[in-house]
Design a protein around this ligand. Structure first.
Ligand SMILES: [Fe+2]
Length: 211
């Protein structure tokens, strides 16, 4: 058998065994039109925080430590993660540790948007940490990294080239009001290969168990 044929068979076998259990669709749905309208309303007056100078990244925090607006600025808009920066394969931690459970206050500026309703539903079902609207700019990628806890995603604006990869399994999350929890405690990445911004509501989930 020639090499090309062998590779095709190998690929087909791997495809059959792809396991999407690190992307878990939740049994909740929100109104995508209202999410998009609220997002468009917010960005008329609010700017994305660049997480202390991270390229192609932006965050608008919807929650904060009560009475502490500084708790959502700079590094705190991003937070600790681990990565393997060079060929030694040694893991290093980056950025600052976050006390996720302290982010219990929904920021007043957004109380009259649909995001408040979304927040109330989510916080009745999950133990949430920070809740942010995250921007991934066109033709950009995060690092290959892992986070301390799972993430809940509600895609608001996306395109087919916006893909999340968890432990070598890749998936596009559609912007149709669905809610996903992804296993960010494994090595992962998100990239936006499209030509328009990707916008997700992303919440840290502190009590989610993957099998
Ligand atoms: Fe991450």
């Amino acid at each position: 058998m020639n090499t090309i044929k062998k590779n095709i068979i190998k690929y087909e076998k791997e495809e059959k065994t792809l396991d999407f259990s690190d992307f878990q669709k939740q049994n909740i749905k929100f109104d995508i039109k209202k999410l998009q309208d609220s997002y468009n309303q917010i960005v008329q007056t609010k700017k994305f925080d660049d997480g202390g100078g991270v390229t192609h990244f932006g965050a608008i925090s919807l929650t904060q430590i009560p009475g502490n607006p500084d708790s959502v600025k700079g590094s705190k808009a991003r937070g600790v993660y681990w990565t393997k920066p060079d060929k030694s394969g040694n893991e290093v931690s980056r950025d600052v540790c976050i006390d996720e459970s302290a982010y219990s206050e929904f920021i007043k500026d957004y109380e009259n948007t649909y995001f408040k309703e979304v927040f109330d539903v989510l916080s009745s079902k999950y133990k949430l940490g920070r809740v942010r609207i995250l921007l991934k700019k066109p033709r950009s990628t995060l690092s290959w990294h892992r986070d301390p806890e799972a993430r809940l995603h509600i895609p608001i604006i996306t395109n087919p080239g916006a893909i999340m990869v968890v432990d070598h399994v890749a998936k596009h999350l559609p912007a149709d009001g669905s809610v996903w929890v992804t296993n960010n405690t494994k090595y992962h990445n998100a990239f936006n290969g499209g030509e328009e911004n990707r916008i997700h509501l992303v919440a840290c989930v502190l009590d989610y168990k993957f099998n």
